[in-house]
Design a protein. Structure first.
Length: 244
């Protein structure tokens, strides 16, 4: 377990990002914790309760904006893939950082390059296949949140619909992951005191962000923020892959 003085700042930043965009604690926290020396299972045990806490608070206030068609496809096509891939990843975790980085960086450039925008529109015609792959990636690496964000970004959803849909999907991701970890029977490596303290940090960060920061984001600022999040995520994942 890394020193708490490293964990708390990382969780604080990731919680701020998730409070704004619906993803962050798993998406950014996973590569950060792995770089600090934690193994994949311990990282999940540390981050999933924090992510789920924030997502449930968010969902309470935005559930009416969820895109129901995307959510149905997540339930039927993504969640089973997450369960299978996560069960397998407790034995072997494949190096998917470069693949995910390329995907999210490509989506981030669609507002800048017309040929990428046209290509992504063709890709999203195979949305169910994309969602299955997203589930496999998330179960194996915890990085499917970036693909979910990229999907919302690629479809050009309104900021309220985008965040609500990502939050709903991310909530389901965390629930299925926690269920699989429980069934796998791995020893819990995170102490209750540490877990509760980090969940409280996430909850307070969400409350402050929801009340003082998110209202200042209009649709254009939100979309620009999503673009920067995707670019930052891609760079972090490429850096991690090159360090291994």
């Amino acid at each position: 377990m890394p020193p708490l003085e490293y964990i708390y700042p990382a969780v604080l930043v990731a919680s701020l990002i998730q409070s704004l965009f619906g993803v962050g604690v798993l998406l950014l926290g996973t590569p950060w914790m792995l770089m600090l020396g934690m193994d994949f299972t311990a990282t999940l045990q540390l981050l999933l309760p924090i992510s789920l806490t924030i997502s449930l608070f968010q969902l309470k206030g935005c559930h009416q904006h969820v895109d129901q068609s995307i959510l149905r496809e997540i339930i039927f096509f993504c969640l089973p893939a997450i369960g299978v891939a996560l069960w397998m990843s407790t034995r072997w975790s494949p190096p998917l950082e470069i693949i995910v980085a390329i995907i999210v960086l490509t989506f981030s450039l669609q507002d800048r390059l017309d040929f990428i925008r046209r290509s992504l529109r063709q890709l999203l015609k195979f949305q169910r296949s994309y969602i299955v792959i997203m589930g496999l990636v998330h179960g194996a690496s915890n990085l499917g949140g970036s693909m979910l964000t990229a999907l919302a970004f690629g479809k050009g959803l309104d900021r309220h619909i985008s965040r609500a849909t990502v939050v709903a999907g991310y909530t389901l991701f965390a629930i299925i992951q926690l269920a699989v970890l429980t069934l796998a029977g791995d020893n819990w490596q995170v102490s209750k005191a540490t877990g509760v303290g980090l969940m409280l940090t996430g909850a307070i960060t969400f409350w402050l962000t929801e009340n003082y920061l998110f209202p200042k984001f209009d649709s254009q600022r939100y979309r620009t923020g999503l673009e920067l999040l995707l670019i930052t995520t891609g760079i972090i994942l490429l850096s991690k892959a090159l360090m291994n």
